[in-house]
Design a protein. Structure first.
Length: 111
């Protein structure tokens, strides 16, 4: 029994360490300019159902999914209950890292 608990605790530690790493991999400060140029059109005013930057209630359940999944949705595109977002917000020229940085910025501003 105690062995099971130890194993379960270890799994929790590994999982949370993984998400900390994912967070650290993206640079929110660098993402601000990417956001302003590519994401603000929808996310500043909640166009087409986009969660608005700084709207904590709209972002909380999304942030709860983990930043890695949000970044993946931003890169690949996402269809949810509110609407549809094209891959990389419609700008295929953006690198995955730029989109990750912009997502990190949006998350940071919306917590
Ligand atoms: C043309 C409008 C539009 C643009 C431009 C746009 N988005 Fe979105 N985005 C949306 C919509 C609409 C949703 C919500 C879809 C839903 O939940 O139904 C969304 C949702 C999201 C989510 C939440 C995904 C989830 O899992 O809940 C993230 C993160 C996101 N966008 C990041 C970005 C980033 C980063 C950019 C810029 C590179 C960007 N978006 C540009 C329309 C847009």
């Amino acid at each position: 029994m105690s062995r099971f608990i130890t194993a379960a605790l270890c799994a929790v530690v590994v999982v949370s360490a993984g998400s900390v790493e994912a967070m650290a991999a993206y640079n929110a400060a660098a993402g601000k300019a990417v956001y302003e140029a590519n994401c603000a059109a929808c996310h500043k005013v909640s166009l087409m159902g986009a969660p608005k930057l700084g709207d904590k209630a709209a972002w909380a359940p999304r942030i709860a999914q983990g930043e890695a999944l949000l970044v993946s949705h931003s890169i690949k595109g996402f269809t949810g209950k509110k609407g549809v977002m094209a891959p990389k917000g419609g700008n295929a020229k953006l690198t995955d890292a730029q989109v990750g940085n912009a997502t990190a910025y949006m998350v940071q501003q919306s917590k």
